[in-house]
Design a protein around this ligand. Structure first.
Ligand code: F6R
Length: 243
């Protein structure tokens, strides 16, 4: 879906979530953070206030997290989602799951998350952004398409792009913990969002180019239930045959 305005971008994405929750009130949602979905979360909060959406049975999981970050740091994915969504809507505390940024064992934490996703019956609807290098979650270029939840070194580019969350690149943790590409591909439905001219090149590569682990987001091409929401700037370099 290609939208013309920022308002349309945010509300189109929010409406997809509303439709999912209407269809299955106890949906398991996987949620991304970053600049891109900020407006969508605002629309969701507004729709909740207008009683157009009910989160009382919804289960949420975060897609990724900064590994090693203080879990109360507002720049973490947990901090972001709490501030922008969780504290404003009627999600039940026990239905909010996180990746622990400071687990006793990283390896055990990854296993725990994969088991948790299985126990919940899988992810019904997973929201994704795209990094300028094509990353999905924190799955940087080169990540195995078979990967499950894992810990990964963040690229310099990703740390620079996320400097805003931690008040400077030097404060951005050097590693991330993230659902793997296989975990992502196992979600029953995916929704990827990208906006702005600075995403046009990578969107073109991801959707006009080959499916390759060099561009993790290219795997969306082979998911059987994926919606991609773009604004016209992010879509500006796509070849016409995709429209
Ligand atoms: C965040 C995440 C990342 C972002 C991506 C785009 O949870 O998973 O993959 O979606 O880095 O970030 P923005 O939206 O800030 O351009």
């Amino acid at each position: 879906m290609i939208t013309d305005t920022k308002e349309a971008f945010d509300s189109t994405a929010a409406v997809e979530i509303v439709k999912q929750i209407e269809k299955k009130p106890n949906s398991v949602l996987g949620l991304a953070t970053g600049h891109t979905p900020k407006g969508m979360y605002e629309v969701l909060v507004q729709m909740y206030q207008e009683k157009k959406i009910d989160f009382s049975q919804v289960i949420v999981l975060n897609l990724d997290e900064y590994f090693g970050a203080d879990s109360d740091h507002p720049g973490t994915c947990k901090g972001y989602l709490t501030e922008r969504l969780y504290q404003h809507v009627n999600l039940k505390k026990e239905n909010i799951y996180y990746l622990n940024s400071q687990p006793a064992s990283g390896e055990e934490e990854c296993k725990r998350y994969d088991q948790l996703i299985n126990q919940l019956g899988g992810i019904d609807f997973l929201i994704l952004g795209i990094g300028k290098n094509g990353h999905l979650g924190f799955n940087e270029p080169g990540t195995s398409l078979e990967s499950q939840t894992h810990i990964i070194d963040l690229t310099d580019r990703s740390r620079t792009d996320n400097a805003w969350s931690f008040g400077g690149k030097e404060n951005v943790p050097t590693q991330g913990i993230t659902m793997g590409i296989k975990t992502i591909m196992n979600a029953k439905k995916l929704m990827m969002m990208a906006n702005g001219e600075n995403k046009a090149d990578i969107v073109e590569k991801a959707f006009n180019g080959p499916v390759t682990s060099d561009v993790p987001a290219s795997v969306l091409q082979i998911h059987n239930n994926a919606v991609v929401i773009l604004d016209k700037e992010a879509a500006s370099k796509l070849h016409n045959d995709l429209y």
